[in-house]
Design a binder for this molecule. Structure first.
Ligand SMILES: [Zn+2]
Length: 393
């Protein structure tokens, strides 16, 4: 009898282990990145015509964190390369996430809380070194994109201004050409060593935010406990980022950190995915003072489509936030940063981005303004921030 019980227990244990390493990650993916229902109505002919003429640039997407082959179309999550193409996206920034503390909240997220990423990495059977190293997690996510670009010649990684110019030129003849850019969400990925900036740049990373959900060795997060400014280490890293022509992303930065970084950066910066306090008052969102400061340096504010960024579960709420930025500092400083697959609730998936064009038309934007918001403003900034160089092979 005892032997039977032991066999059953061993069987249950084995099944649990097997389940953890096979189905746990896809289940978490489907649950945290719930696919929204198809919109009830197709877009109008006018919106379709305007949208078909766009080159959509999206400043933020977390697809690389999840157990999905970027090239395959899935019925879970918010995006993949086929859905991005269907949505008219021509330039996609993919961000690497390397630490997500348990119990995170806008009120204050502790850096010391249990990190969820090792569990997600293990469940996806990422290499062992990624279970303990945040730098390795970033490098692994970069490799995932490198593999995809190697398999699809109409998918390309942008490392230089020359790459960007080349992609824009190719897109004229190949409308489903998708240029991609690698970003890091929070430089705790450096593991305290500024020299690791070189490693990340070597892996193709060209856009970096200093902080993510918690305060780190560089400075404060807008959802951190202290929400402080730039540290001495942060200052050293910032200098290195500027030397490497890494585009600075102020998403998730505390107010003090935004002030400190802007004071030490001459060129344009981006806020890759955010809302604005004027239409959605939260510590995670940008104040008018900071929107003005970012615009004054030629930067862009990437407005998100997720519910908590815009205080609404419709694309009209996103259009309203974009309208606020446009009225405050000019349409040249408005951009899109969806945060697709960022464990958020969104009204549409990437394939249904034409509905955002419809919402912008309804908000009263002219087609030529929509062109800027949906893509051209991001291209303008990257033309200034990316390193000059020969196209990479
Ligand atoms: Zn984020």
């Amino acid at each position: 009898m005892l032997r039977v019980v032991l066999y059953v227990l061993a069987g249950v244990f084995l099944l649990a282990v097997l389940g953890y390493f096979t189905v746990a990650a896809p289940i978490a993916d489907a649950r945290f990145n719930e696919t929204p229902p198809d919109p009830p109505e197709p877009v109008s002919d006018t919106a379709r015509t305007v949208h078909d003429d766009l080159m959509v640039a999206d400043l933020h997407n977390d697809l690389l964190l999840w157990p999905r082959d970027p090239l395959r179309r899935y019925d879970r999550g918010h995006s993949d390369v086929p859905r991005l193409r269907a949505g008219g996206v021509g330039l996609q920034v993919f961000a690497a996430v390397t630490q997500v503390p348990t119990g995170r909240s806008y009120a204050g997220t502790s850096a010391d809380a249990l990190d969820q990423i090792p569990f997600l990495a293990a469940a996806q059977r990422w290499p062992l070194r990624t279970w303990t190293s945040r730098l390795e997690r970033a490098l692994h996510q970069a490799r995932k994109l490198h593999r995809a670009t190697a398999q699809d010649e109409r998918l390309t990684l942008l490392r230089t201004q020359a790459d960007l110019a080349n992609a824009l030129m190719r897109r004229a003849g190949t409308p489903d050409l998708l240029g991609t850019l690698l970003a890091v969400e929070g430089l705790h990925a450096l593991e305290g060593d500024a020299a690791n900036v070189d490693t990340l740049v070597g892996a193709g990373y060209r856009m970096m935010s200093l902080t993510h959900l918690h305060d780190n060795a560089l400075g404060g997060s807008n959802t951190g406990l202290e929400k402080g400014g730039l540290t001495e280490f942060g200052e050293a890293v910032l200098e290195r980022l500027n030397e490497h022509h890494v585009t600075i992303d102020l998403a998730h930065a505390s107010e003090a950190l935004i002030d400190d970084v802007l004071a030490r950066t001459e060129g344009p910066v981006v806020v890759s995915h955010t809302g604005v306090r004027a239409t959605c008052d939260s510590p995670r969102n940008l104040s008018d003072r900071h929107i003005k400061a970012i615009a004054a340096q030629g930067g862009v504010v990437g407005v998100g489509v997720w519910e908590r960024a815009v205080c609404g579960d419709t694309l009209a709420a996103t259009a309203r936030a974009m309208r606020h930025v446009a009225d405050l500092v000019g349409v040249e400083h408005v951009a899109l940063g969806t945060d697709f697959d960022g464990t958020v609730s969104v009204p549409v998936d990437a394939a249904d981005l034409p509905h955002l064009t419809e919402a912008l038309l309804e908000e009263g934007f002219a087609p030529k303004e929509i062109r800027k918001i949906m893509g051209d403003n991001v291209v303008r900034v990257l033309r200034r921030t990316l390193p000059v160089g020969k196209p990479s092979g």
